[in-house]
Design a protein around this ligand. Structure first.
Ligand code: PMP
Length: 355
């Protein structure tokens, strides 16, 4: 008996579809991993809405399944393609970019295919996992004390040799929101007959601005919700600023690509809420997403309650990156306990208390 018959292949895959959704026997060869940027899965949650007594449908857009690990693969690709089409990229061009890490990874990832080099400027707050990934992909990494310095340092490098360095500048580059208008939103619209609420965090604001503009054209009543990390004043300008740990979203002031007017409602979410929700997404749904995803999910749940979303209402939450970036942060129980986000275990199983 061959292996597949032995493990009961017919019962496990009754519709003869394999895990990639293609028919068995259909052998597709891709010529570059870059082909897999975008077209990410939209997945219905089956546990968490019920856990929060919600009858509405919550769908998550799994951007962490992009091959470089985040939603930023999309804009890295399109901003580089745009610069190339304008004749700005020469064979010895180096990309220099200020980023919380994921755009840098997207650029360095794209550079593995086109042979260019990159210099990535990021703050010390951002995880070692992102920095190590950047270095592995061949990027030079410069770490600054705070995020306000990121841009200044990147500009200084670019201005030191404008013929050699290009700054794609995700914060002001209109290709950033345009990419989400053209791809992320379109994918959501082709998957669902209607969307009543879109939830997305704001870093540059490119994701929410581009996706929301397109969704509102099709579904004018779609409510646009963003989480505001507690300590950030990006959307709710009058709040008291203080440091926070969630990465990739929030900040002191909006950037040019962020169309503030598109956000109908903001929910303040704490670090603890974000990380506990991100962990719960892994545990309960098998959705291995990062901290900003947990933050967005928490905002979705609070907004769904506030706006009385019931049976039939559809919410889409964007999940920008994965647990991979945070293995030594919120994924780690001891890190959670040290930050008082989790109580230490009452009983540790050891040789003296084995059952
Ligand atoms: N989450 C994470 C983890 C990110 O890295 C980013 C981008 N900084 C965002 C959310 C926000 O995306 P955007 O820049 O499109 O607002």
């Amino acid at each position: 008996m061959d292996y597949l018959t032995r493990i009961g292949q017919e019962t496990r895959y009754p519709n003869t579809m394999n895990f990639a959704g293609r028919g068995i026997g259909e052998r597709l060869v891709h010529h570059s991993i870059i082909d897999f940027v975008g077209n990410t899965p939209l997945v219905k949650l089956n546990q968490i809405p019920q856990e929060h007594q919600l009858a509405c449908e919550i769908y998550v857009k799994c951007e962490y399944m992009n091959p470089g690990g985040s939603i930023k693969d999309r804009i890295a690709q399109s901003m580089i393609a745009d610069a190339m089409s304008k004749g700005l990229v020469h064979h010895d061009t180096e990309f220099v970019e200020p980023t919380s890490g994921n755009t840098g990874i997207g650029i360095a990832f794209a550079c593995t295919q086109n042979g260019h080099k990159s210099v990535i400027v990021t703050t010390e707050k951002n995880s070692d996992e992102k920095v190590n990934t950047l270095r592995l992909l061949g990027a030079k990494v410069i770490q600054t004390k705070n995020s306000d310095e990121e841009m200044a340092v990147a500009e200084r490098i670019r201005d030191s040799d404008p013929k050699k360095y290009i700054m794609l500048n995700q914060f002001a580059n209109r290709v950033n929101p345009q990419t989400h208008y053209d791809t992320t939103a379109k994918e959501i619209m082709s998957a669902l007959p209607g969307v009543d609420m879109l939830v997305a965090g704001v870093g540059t604001g490119g994701t929410v601005s581009g996706t929301a503009h397109r969704l509102k054209e099709q579904f004018p009543d779609c409510l646009i919700v963003s989480p505001e990390p507690d300590g950030s004043t990006m959307i709710l300008h009058n709040r008291k600023p203080h440091p926070f740990l969630v990465e990739g979203i929030g900040g002191s002031k909006p950037d040019p690509v962020f169309d503030e007017s598109i956000v109908d409602h903001a929910e303040v979410i704490t670090d603890k809420e974000s990380f506990l929700m991100a962990r719960n997404m892994s545990k309960k749904e098998g959705i291995l997403c990062g901290g900003s995803s947990g933050c967005a999910m928490m905002a979705a749940i609070k907004a769904a309650k506030k706006y009385n979303f019931g049976v039939g209402k559809k919410i889409v939450v964007i999940l920008p990156d994965s647990i991979r970036n945070y293995m030594n942060k919120f994924v780690n129980d001891q890190w959670m306990e040290a930050h008082l986000f989790l109580d230490p275990p009452k009983h540790t199983m050891s040789w003296w208390n084995l059952p």
